[in-house]
Design a protein around this ligand. Structure first.
Ligand SMILES: Cc1cc2nc3c(=O)[nH]c(=O)nc-3n(C[C@H](O)[C@H](O)[C@H](O)COP(=O)(O)O)c2cc1C
Length: 148
């Protein structure tokens, strides 16, 4: 589900209030917030769906890629209070709130608050692939140096 800052400021404020303080500081300037939820059970027979969270992550990643391709900025957040979201927005049982996602436009450099500038310009660090991707046996790092 989603909220638009300009369409419904009251609901928007409630959505922002579910975020951690650190996320509120910058996300409140975005025009759009999305809450991605995973279905805990298949809708057809209500049997447990152990792929629900995997599906939601995949769908969300596609959303991120499409938004980026359209020239938008996307920022996913785990830092929110799912219980507050449940209360504020009457979320039903059987769905696990996974992530809030802010979508908007890149601010001009001069409009970025000083406190956020350092993070905005910090080099994007990635762990070596071998810490996460294994070959043949759990814990054995992939060995293709071209992948490092
Ligand atoms: C599941 C998940 C939860 C995240 N939670 C937060 C968060 O609460 N606040 C935040 O600022 N970034 C959070 N991040 C990180 C950002 O979404 C983003 O990945 C990070 O800023 C690095 O951006 P980059 O991959 O474009 O370099 C989260 C990322 C993921 C995948």
């Amino acid at each position: 589900m989603f909220w638009c800052r300009f369409a419904d400021p009251t609901r928007w404020d409630q959505a922002i209030a579910t975020l951690s303080d650190g996320n509120q500081a910058w996300a409140k300037a975005a025009p759009l917030l999305i809450l991605a939820l995973a279905a805990d059970a298949f809708q057809r027979d209500l049997k447990p769906n152990r792929w629900g969270q995997y599906d939601t992550g995949g769908a969300t990643m596609n959303l991120c890629l499409q938004a980026t391709a359209l020239g938008l900025m996307v920022h996913q957040m785990g830092g929110f209070d799912p219980r507050k979201a449940q209360e504020n927005f009457s979320l039903p049982g059987g769905f696990t709130p996974m992530a809030m996602i802010a979508i908007g436009y890149q601010l001009p450099q001069e409009a970025i608050p000083e406190a956020l500038k350092e993070r905005e310009h910090a080099p994007r660090m990635r762990r070596p692939l071998g810490e996460t991707f294994f070959y043949g046996r759990w814990g054995e790092a992939i060995i293709d140096p071209a992948c490092e």
